[in-house]
Design a protein around this ligand. Structure first.
Ligand code: F6R
Length: 242
């Protein structure tokens, strides 16, 4: 595991974007595994700038996102479909037909998950998987559990995650209680993994996940077993590790 220390959020975002753009330059038809949440927003903005400057071409890129809320329409501004369009897809020349997320509008969980597993298999998995880190160590929506989930599945979100997401909704009742997420097994099959972390509120989980025991109680701890993980974290997030 390689840990890159960034000065602050902006520095973290630039460094992460440079790793993603290097991937696209080296393999223009690569598969990017993408994440939502607040942490990668700056990196997406930087990728958009690089595209606008003519330094980056997404025309052959395929994307597979980690997760999507179950029950939110694509037009809902809190859906991850909406988020990805807002922050990246509508601002670069990616072929929209080649951008994939689990279908949150599919009420049949087995079908939604089976279809997404098939899509991931068809595109050959991620060359580079971008991840944020939840306060409880979740990756995607793989919450602390007794075992690591292999493939895409429907999860009941924990109370802490529902609370953390509350800021995006008018009331706690509107926060979705379930989501479809790529499994830890699929994440671990990515050729390369890039984790972005920012802020003092993530310092404890950075220490637990990357320097503590490997356990499904801290899902991100499994990343210690992957042979090509880069963590780009700012000084605040790294404040509890040497
Ligand atoms: C998002 C996702 C989540 C977030 C995590 C951190 O697609 O899968 O695991 O990466 O909740 O979120 P932020 O970046 O908002 O702290």
């Amino acid at each position: 595991m390689k840990i890159i220390r960034a000065k602050d959020y902006n520095d973290m975002s630039r460094k992460a974007a440079n790793i993603i753009s290097a991937q696209v330059i080296m393999k223009p038809d690569c598969v990017l595994g993408l994440a939502t949440g607040s942490t990668p927003i700056g990196a997406y903005a930087e990728l958009v700038s690089q595209y606008e400057r003519g330094d980056l071409d997404f025309s052959q890129v395929t994307t597979i996102n980690l997760d999507e809320y179950k029950g939110l329409t694509k037009e809902n501004d809190q859906s991850y479909f909406y988020f990805m369009n807002e922050h990246l897809f509508s601002k670069v020349n990616v072929n929209k037909e080649r951008t994939f997320l689990p279908d949150g509008t599919e009420p049949d969980s087995a079908k939604a998950c089976g279809d997404y597993n098939q899509i991931i298999a068809d595109v050959g998995g991620a060359d580079l998987q971008l991840l944020g880190l939840g306060h409880n160590g979740h990756i995607g929506f793989n919450e602390p559990a007794d075992s690591f989930a292999p493939k895409t599945h429907c999860v009941d979100l924990t109370e802490s995650t529902i609370k953390a997401n509350q800021r995006f909704f008018a009331s706690i009742d509107e926060v979705p209680k379930q989501a479809y997420t790529m499994g830890v097994g699929t994440i671990m099959k990515a050729k390369r993994i890039l984790v972005v972390v920012s802020g003092a509120d993530k310092a404890q989980i950075v220490k637990d996940a990357f320097f503590g025991p490997i356990t499904p109680r801290v899902p991100a701890s499994v990343l210690q077993l992957h042979r090509n993980v880069t963590v780009v974290a700012d000084e605040a997030a790294l404040s509890l590790v040497k």
